[in-house]
Design a protein around this ligand. Structure first.
Ligand SMILES: *Cc1c(COP(=O)(O)O)cnc(C)c1O
Length: 383
């Protein structure tokens, strides 16, 4: 089976991890701050706070914005469940904005309309979590403008999008948001096995994120609230978690980061190959919006109208033919855990997308033969 996505590990990556195993610190050593600095430099943000997953990153990002019971968070329904769950962890409620049928990102028009109605009903969200679907940035300038108008905070879920750019900035720079979250799960662009990071330019948010990542404990002599009892002294000032990343994971992340630009250019090459070779098939291929350069985490095709009734059959026969297709994603509001959301609130562009989308394999270690096979099997299964 050619998987839809897979990690790309070389000998340097392996050596980097072994080196940590032979060093003094397996965790809480120098590799974590080094990884944070390098990712922050790469994307042009002031701070990076490394954690053990993007899910944890989203959670502490919500905590840093004081999201709690009574608050509402909006996100995209076409995302991994973690984009919405983070708000629920904080006791807030979640609502979903319909997607743009061309980019699969949340629709700016739908967002503007929903905000207008929410404003009238006094039910504005405290925060919005735009998801950079498949590696393509949302229109952050438009979102930032609405955030100013309506007074909500922004956490970018850039789990798919490290290495992507938007309006001459790297995704992660957080110029148009309060924070940006990356994932380093093996299926994403670069990996630390498990891992994630929150990027921000705000020193206060950075301090909070660091505190929540490690039990709510602070040690900094300038930050402690009471008089020190002695050199052993630290304070727990909030209910934090152990969301720390280990040095082994960070070392793998650093090694992978040095190959990020190579990874992106190979993914771009594969995307171009697909654009070209799928042009004659009854499929819509993904497009890059103006000002966006995608990281091509996913390559999502959509069936033409006359094939929509065959969605499930085509998907199954691709799998039977060794093409590891996937569907990103089941609309989050359709998950049983979210079943208090009734069918009447299903979103039309989201539902249409769900009836025709298929993610075909894209990862840096696919060979040209693999790509040819994907095309041949697609031709075969669409017939
Ligand atoms: C993978 C993913 C996450 C969660 O990432 P983990 O690092 O596995 O916790 C969150 N949001 C999106 C959009 C993702 O694709």
């Amino acid at each position: 089976m050619i998987p839809y996505g897979r990690q790309d590990i070389n000998q340097d990556d392996i050596n980097a991890v072994i080196e940590v195993l032979q060093s003094d610190f397996l965790t809480q050593g120098p590799k974590v701050p080094e990884f944070e600095r390098q990712v922050a430099n790469y994307c042009g943000a002031r701070f990076g706070v490394a954690v053990n997953s993007a899910t944890s990153a989203l959670h502490i990002a919500c905590m840093a914005l004081d999201i709690g019971p009574g608050d509402i968070v909006w996100t995209s329904p076409i995302s991994f469940v973690a984009s919405a769950n983070c708000a629920l962890y904080c006791g807030a409620s979640v609502d979903f904005v319909d997607i743009d049928p061309e980019t699969f990102n949340l629709s700016i028009a739908a967002l503007a309309k929903k905000l207008e109605i929410a404003n009238q009903q006094d039910r504005l969200p405290k925060a919005l979590i735009p998801v950079h679907m498949a590696g393509q940035s949302c229109d952050m300038k438009a979102i930032a403008k609405l955030a100013q108008q309506y007074g909500f905070k922004i956490i970018e879920d850039a789990s798919h999008a490290i290495g992507a750019s938007y309006a001459d900035t790297k995704v992660g720079c957080s110029v148009y948001s309060d924070m940006t979250v990356f994932s380093f799960h093996p299926v994403k662009i670069i990996t630390s096995a498990e891992g994630g990071m929150v990027m921000t330019n705000d020193a206060v948010l950075n301090d909070k994120l660091q505190c929540f990542r490690s039990h709510g404990i602070i040690r900094d002599a300038n930050a402690i609230t009471e008089e020190s009892h002695g050199p052993w002294y630290y304070e727990q000032v909030a209910l934090g978690y152990n969301y720390r990343l280990s040095d082994m994971h960070a070392a793998l992340g650093i090694s992978q980061l040095s190959r990020l630009d190579q990874f992106i250019s190979r993914r771009k090459e594969i995307a171009s190959y697909y654009h070209q070779h799928l042009a004659e098939l009854p499929l819509y291929t993904p497009v890059e919006a103006e000002g966006c350069a995608s990281s091509w985490h996913l390559y999502i095709v959509r069936l033409h109208d006359d094939l929509m009734t065959r969605h499930r059959e085509i998907f199954s026969s691709l799998r039977e033919n060794g093409i590891g297709v996937q569907l990103h994603y089941i609309p989050i509001y359709r998950q049983p855990y979210y079943d208090h959301i009734d069918d009447s609130q299903y979103l039309s562009a989201t539902e249409d997308y769900y009836k025709r989308a298929i993610s075909i394999p894209i990862s840096t270690n696919l060979t040209d033969d693999d790509l040819q096979r994907v095309i041949l099997k697609l031709e075969h299964c669409l017939r």
